[in-house]
Every structure is written in structure tokens, then in C-alpha cells.
Design a protein. Structure first.
Lengths: 539, 118
């Protein structure tokens, strides 16, 4: 079925060919930390990014805090894990939480020298929260100094595997140089980010779920995909999902009368319900003056839309919207199969938002802090383990490798020109509306799955992007796949748990107090996993 | 979305071409870059942050070019706002634009206290 050419190093043509021990796919938080760990473990490393390592992805435009708990006194960490585990609804693993807290604590300060950590009024260095653009710029500087070869504007399209199914590299396109690339690697780390379904969440355009599809094509499973209904507030029509200031927000209905909605854990549901009835307005007049004054120095991009529109958010009412986060601040991703962030496929590792965060977040969003700590830690472990794997299996480097990509790259039937933008819009129409994704019902999900399945059939059978459309077509395949996995799992989880809320099953079902494993591309298969039975806890 | 490149500020350094995560700009040998794929702009404002000449302007609307007038924008002082407030380039070391991101936590704490008060 797959029309694949075996790829051997040294073939002619205008193709960038590289050989390395470790290939990192994606230059965000997780990819950056993975590259550092792999290079420090002594491996040769290539990092490819769809856009530019330093600006791509959702961290580069944000301000990530980190889960930051000191080791002393020890009760503090125990308490942090206990509290967080209580909000995970039975799906997390306290041992992984402890690991993440500890790894983050030890690793984050090592970025000093490339990141100028601030000091507070008492001269105490503040490590926990970093500004996104400066954080990513620092990671890039460090990675460059460690001798990693960075390929910007070089999206990966597919993985390569050898005769034994071991992952042996990846192939993609250099969109500015206008040529293909093939990187043969002893191990690959997928750090491609989550999938926000092109929702206009700030910085999410590059996060189309490509890594999930690439991983699934070589046999990786997914988990936590049903926890994909997190939304973040933004001024209507803007991308500015910087939500901190909304801790002071007051909300108003279409008639500009106050709504009984106050900041807190249930604010998204309440706003979504109100938005389904008409426009919702907001002001930030309750913000103290000293905080207003310091805002541009805290979040320099927060005021950009307001200033450009001539709106004073501290006085004027402005319309708001909610931007879907998909699996970004959702939970789902490639299922982690071992303590090294291996995915159960030899030579392949996953990190950051591309990996399922269920081990540390369970059924509730990790929010910014836990997610950043996860990206750092999983990146670190995946990078180190990939370096070890590549070294142990050095002889494999000469084996022949085949491209594993299918949907969007090699059509099963007659190739047809598909309207990729229309497919993207159709996916958005299923994955983003509040009534479909926040207030879920079995019937609604089944209808959405049907629509997504038919889009999938079109892509599988007829999509084969050419030239500049190759990346966009492949992204469409990834978006549709991610949608099918999210809603497939959501339909199977016939209960409400954490962020997954089913209007037709509002209570939690104790029999479903377990993770859902999702596998399969053409046929999506879902199975219940007993918690912590198969994922080895690490002390 | 990206609105315009300020012609008389742009020095054709191509920083925007390199850093735009969605590949909106095209480089032209010996000339200023052009907005080649404006429809792919994700309104992340990153190009402004990396432009040392403050020669780019992004409109807040995620889906439409709003038609900001370059002369009006230049007169408004909005060009380079993001880079200045971030303390990049010539603003580095200026205490007015020092990174105070670390205050986030205390801001949240005060908001929580304010909500609980009434």
C-alpha cells in the first residue's frame, strides 16, 4: 500500500542528508531541554523545527512558571504531590510527580548564564517563572554552544524505520531552502508540541499534532486524549491568551449588565455558557494601580492589542472570547511507556506537550507550571535516554531505513486536489465550539466522530500534497487524526472526570478510574488501562 | 495579523524572515523582505520583538488585516513597544524595562485575596 523508496545515505539530488546519534524534532521547551541533555551525554545531536527554534510554539509567546518546590523541608514536596494528586482524579502517578519536581528543581537553574534570572527586592534569585521569548532564546544559545546542529524552517513530515521497526531518523522539508531533508539518527525525540487545532491560541499555529501522527504511524499509542477541553480567555478577535490579568476581571452580558461570574476554577464553564447566549464583555477595573503600572514589565505583550485598538481595559468594557487549547494545556499525547520517556517503540522518545502528561496531571490540566516542569523533565529524560540508546545501537546506523508516513503524503487511492483550508476549518468546527467540546454529550461526540471519520477517509484515500502544499496537507492529516483520537476517547469515557465533562453522564464512574489507551490510525482502538500497572514507577 | 513593513526603517537584515515561526516573509536578495504569506500570520508579535529597527507592525485581529495607517502608527509611538517593554536591544539595562515577570505569583495571590474579600 505504501509507495516507499528505501532511503540509503548518499543518494543524489538536492536533498540535505545528515547523520547523527540523536534527532530532536521540535524546538520548544521540551525539545530545547532534550537537546541539551543529549549533547551533555556526549551524543551528536540535530534539532529540526518547523519554524524557528526560539520563537516556535506556545511557550515562546508566553511566560511559563514551573512547578517549583524546594527539597527542604521534605514535607513540602510530599504535600505538593498529595494536593496535586487529589486533583488528578485517580489517573496520575505520585512517583512521576516527585521525579518532575526534583528534576525541575535541579535543572532549571543550570540555564543561568544564558537566561538572566531576576532577583526580587531582597536580592533573592527567582527561578520559577521565566519570560517565554527570553527562555527560548536562552535554550537556543545553550544548545548552539553545545554544538547541536539546528535546522530552522525544517518541518519533519515522517519518521524512518529500519527492517526491525526501530526508528532510524526522520524526513521532512526545508521550506525556505526549498529542498527535502533526511536525517538518519540512532534515536529520535518527538517534541513537536500539543495540538490546539489552529484555534488562534497565542503561538499555536505550528502545533498541529504532527508528532502524534508520526508516532502513531510507527506503533506508538496515545493516552489522555479525552482531556482536551481546556480554554483560555482572550480579547475577542485577538490571540492574546495571556490570562493573568483576568484574575481581576468582571464580566458583563450583551446588555452590559454584570454577570454573576467570578474568577476561579469554574470560570471557563461559566464563560462558555454565557458566550453560547451572546457576546460577553469584561473590564479589569478591579486591578490595583501598582499592578497596572508594572504589567508591561511583567507581560510585555499583554497590552499590545489594547493599546493598538485604543482600549483601556482598566476602564473600558471589551468583548472576550475563549481560545481552545486542545492538548496544549489539555493532557493528552503520546503514551509514555517507560521511565525514560520511551514510547514503547525502539529508538523513539516523546517529551513535552507531544507526550501524554497524564502521569503527572491526571484528568486536570497541569496549567502552566506543571506543564513547564513536565516539558523540562521529560525533555531531559528523553534526551539522555536517546543518547544512551544511540550509543548502544551504533551498528544500526548503517541499516537501510524506510519512510513510515502515510496520510497526506502517500494516498491510498487516486490522488486528488483537496481543499486543505476547508479541511482545517471543518476540524475546527468540531473541535472548538463550546457546545461540542466543553459541554460534551455522547450523541454530539458520535456526530463529530462521524464527520471527522469522513474527513479522514478523504485524506487517507486522496491526499498527497505536492510542493508547498505537502506540509499543509500533512498538517491537515495530523489535525484530523488528533481530533479523532480526542473525541474517540471522549466518547469512550462515558462519565465526567476532571476537565472531561459529559452533560449526559455528569458523575464519575469508579469503573472508569483508569487511563484510556488509544491506538490505531485508520481504525481507532481504545482500551482501559489499570492505573500504574504498566507504567513502571521510578523511585 | 501582520499589517506592514515600515519601508524607511527596514534595513533588510532579514531577522523577520529567520524568526517568523509561520514563515510569513520572503527574503529578496539585496532588497527589503516582503510579506509573502500574510494569511499564515498567527499574530504572535514575535517579529516585532526581533526587529532591531522597529520596522514591523502587527494588528491584533487574528483573522483580518485591519488596515492600520503606517503614518498614523509611526506618529503614535506604538512601533517598537513590545521590544522596548521587553528590555531588548538598546533598552537592555534600562531599569524602567527590567524583567519583572517573577512578580506573577504575587499578582495572582493578590487577586485571590481580592476576590475572597467582599
Amino acid at each position: 500500500m505504501v509507495r516507499s523508496d528505501a532511503i540509503a545515505p548518499g543518494r543524489d539530488g538536492d536533498v540535505l542528508r545528515l547523520q547523527t546519534q540523536v534527532l530532536i524534532v521540535g524546538g520548544g521547551l521540551a525539545g530545547g531541554w532534550a537537546a541539551i541533555a543529549a549533547a551533555q551525554a556526549g551524543a551528536s545531536v540535530v534539532l529540526v523545527d518547523k519554524g524557528y527554534f526560539g520563537t516556535s510554539g506556545v511557550t515562546a509567546t508566553a511566560g511559563p512558571g514551573h512547578w517549583w518546590v524546594p527539597p527542604d523541608p521534605p514535607q513540602e514536596r510530599e504535600e505538593a504531590v498529595r494536593l496535586r494528586n487529589a486533583r488528578a482524579f485517580g489517573l496520575a502517578d505520585p512517583h512521576w510527580m516527585e521525579r518532575v519536581i526534583d528534576q525541575t528543581w535541579r535543572t532549571l537553574p543550570t540555564l543561568a548564564g544564558d537566561y538572566a534570572f531576576s532577583q526580587d527586592e531582597h536580592g533573592v534569585t527567582q527561578y520559577r517563572g521565566l519570560r517565554g521569548p527570553e527562555y527560548l532564546r536562552a535554550l537556543r544559545q545553550r544548545v548552539e554552544r553545545l554544538g547541536v546542529l539546528i535546522c530552522d524552517h525544517s518541518p519533519a513530515l515522517e519518521l524512518l524505520t529500519d527492517e526491525d521497526g526501530v526508528v532510524a531518523g526522520a524526513a521532512g522539508v526545508q521550506r525556505q531552502a526549498g529542498r527535502d531533508w533526511i536525517v538518519r539518527a540512532g534515536a529520535v525525540v518527538l517534541a513537536t508540541g500539543g495540538c490546539a487545532f489552529k484555534s488562534r491560541l497565542l503561538g499555536c499555529h505550528t502545533n498541529t499534532g504532527d508528532g502524534l501522527l508520526m508516532g502513531a504511524e510507527v506503533g506508538a499509542e496515545l493516552s489522555g486524549m479525552e482531556f482536551s477541553s481546556y480554554y483560555t480567555i482572550a480579547p475577542a478577535r485577538s490571540t492574546m491568551t495571556r490570562s493573568m490579568s483576568y484574575a481581576f476581571a468582571r464580566y458583563y452580558g450583551p446588555d452590559r449588565r454584570p454577570l454573576d461570574i467570578s474568577p476561579g476554577p469554574d470560570v471557563t464553564q461559566a464563560l462558555a455558557a454565557a458566550l453560547l447566549n451572546g457576546p460577553v464583555f469584561c473590564d479589569l477595573a478591579a486591578t490595583p494601580q501598582d499592578i497596572r503600572d508594572v504589567m508591561p514589565a511583567v507581560q510585555p505583550n499583554f497590552m499590545l492589542p489594547f493599546d493598538r485598538w485604543g482600549v483601556d481595559p482598566y476602564q473600558d468594557m471589551f468583548e472576550i472570547t475563549l481560545r481552545g487549547e486542545g492538548t496544549v494545556r489539555g493532557v493528552g499525547g503520546i503514551r509514555i511507556a517507560d521511565a525514560d520517556c520511551g514510547v514503547g517503540v525502539a529508538g523513539l522518545y516523546a517529551a513535552g506537550d507531544a507526550a501524554s502528561r497524564e502521569l503527572v496531571a491526571g484528568a486536570t490540566s497541569g496549567g502552566g507550571a506543571q506543564n513547564s516542569a513536565w516539558a523540562l523533565s521529560s525533555g531531559h529524560w528523553a534526551g539522555e535516554a536517546a543518547a544512551r540508546f544511540a550509543r548502544r545501537n551504533a551498528s544500526r546506523a548503517i541499516a537501510r531505513a524506510r519512510p513510515a508516513g502515510r496520510a497526506g503524503l502517500r494516498s491510498e487511492r487516486a490522488r486528488r486536489d483537496l481543499d486543505v483550508r476547508a479541511i482545517e476549518a471543518a476540524v475546527r468546527d468540531e473541535m472548538l465550539p463550546y457546545d461540542k467540546n466543553i459541554f460534551r454529550t455522547g450523541r454530539g461526540l458520535a456526530r463529530s466522530v462521524e464527520t471527522l471519520d469522513s474527513l479522514w477517509g478523504e485524506i487517507r484515500d486522496h491526499a498527497e500534497g505536492r510542493g508547498a502544499q505537502r506540509l499543509r496537507t500533512r498538517e491537515a492529516a495530523a489535525l484530523v487524526s488528533a481530533g479523532r483520537w480526542c473525541y474517540g476517547a471522549a466518547a469512550a469515557r462515558n462519565e465526567s472526570r476532571g476537565m472531561h465533562q459529559r452533560e449526559d453522564a455528569p458523575a464519575a464512574d469508579p469503573r472508569l478510574s483508569a487511563r484510556l489507551r488509544v491506538r490505531g490510525i485508520d481504525r481507532v482502538l481504545i482500551a482501559l488501562e489499570r492505573p500504574t500497572a504498566e507504567v513502571e514507577a521510578v523511585k | 495579523m501582520i499589517e506592514f513593513i515600515v519601508e524607511d526603517r527596514c534595513t533588510a537584515c532579514d531577522a523577520c524572515v529567520r524568526v517568523c515561526p509561520t514563515n510569513v516573509f520572503d527574503s529578496r536578495p539585496g532588497r527589503r523582505p516582503v510579506i509573502a504569506r500574510g494569511e499564515d500570520c498567527q499574530a504572535c508579535f514575535i517579529c516585532e520583538l526581533y526587529c532591531p529597527e522597529d520596522a514591523l507592525f502587527v494588528g491584533p485581529d487574528a483573522e483580518a488585516v485591519e488596515g492600520f495607517d503606517p503614518a498614523t502608527v509611526a506618529a503614535s509611538g506604538l512601533l517598537g513597544q513590545y521590544r522596548r517593554d521587553s528590555g531588548w536591544g538598546e533598552w537592555a539595562g534600562d531599569p524602567r524595562y527590567a524583567n519583572q515577570h517573577w512578580r506573577m505569583e504575587s499578582i495572582f495571590a493578590r487577586a485571590r485575596a481580592a476576590v475572597q474579600k467582599p
